[in-house]
Design a protein around this ligand. Sequence first.
Ligand SMILES: Nc1ncnc2c1ncn2[C@@H]1O[C@H](COP(=O)(O)OP(=O)(O)OP(=O)(O)O)[C@@H](O)[C@H]1O
Ligand SMILES: [Mg+2]
Length: 173
Amino acid sequence: MTETTPTAGSDSGAAPGTRANTVFVTAETDSAMRALGRRIAGLLRPGDLLVLSGPLGAGKTTLTQGIGEGLGVRGPITSPTFVIARVHPSETGGPALVHADAYRLGGVEELDDLDLDSAMEDSVTAVEWGEGIAEHLTDERLEITIARHPDDTRRVTLTGIGVRWSHLALDAE
Ligand SMILES: Nc1ncnc2c1ncn2[C@@H]1O[C@H](COP(=O)(O)OP(=O)(O)OP(=O)(O)O)[C@@H](O)[C@H]1O
Ligand SMILES: [Mg+2]
């Protein structure tokens, strides 16, 4: 089956070649969303934090699955229903993926209780529904917001926060 490649949009108005830390991408299908995740994985290194937000069923877990594929971590990546965070070790000698669901957390204190900080240094951490909860973990983070369109396509906004993400450029797949 042919996989739909997400179409990269322009940044927030900056001229081509200038620094920009916002990228818009349209993902037409769930497989396009996973393909986008694999492209994002190409940008990631140990210590990175991704904060994924968007309504129920937006595609946060689907995108995380693509990121996991791109990182070469052990799956399956699913919605953590009974656990708050799951560690997916690398099968390729790279960083592990820590996948957390902050929606199920009561607040900042509970996230601190997980003691993710030490694991985060060596891993890539992706937090779903992290808006307003996970930001305090680090000043450097990639915020990923997914909007659902009525036709089931998704608009994905990537915003880099901090020096680590001051330049954000997705390579074509
Ligand atoms: N363009 C698309 N991108 C992503 N997912 C899509 C798309 N079109 C349809 N889907 C479907 O939408 C659902 C998205 O579910 P997913 O669990 O990834 O969302 P979520 O944001 O993690 O939800 P939750 O808030 O429950 O954690 C999947 O069933 C997926 O197949
Ligand atoms: Mg989810």
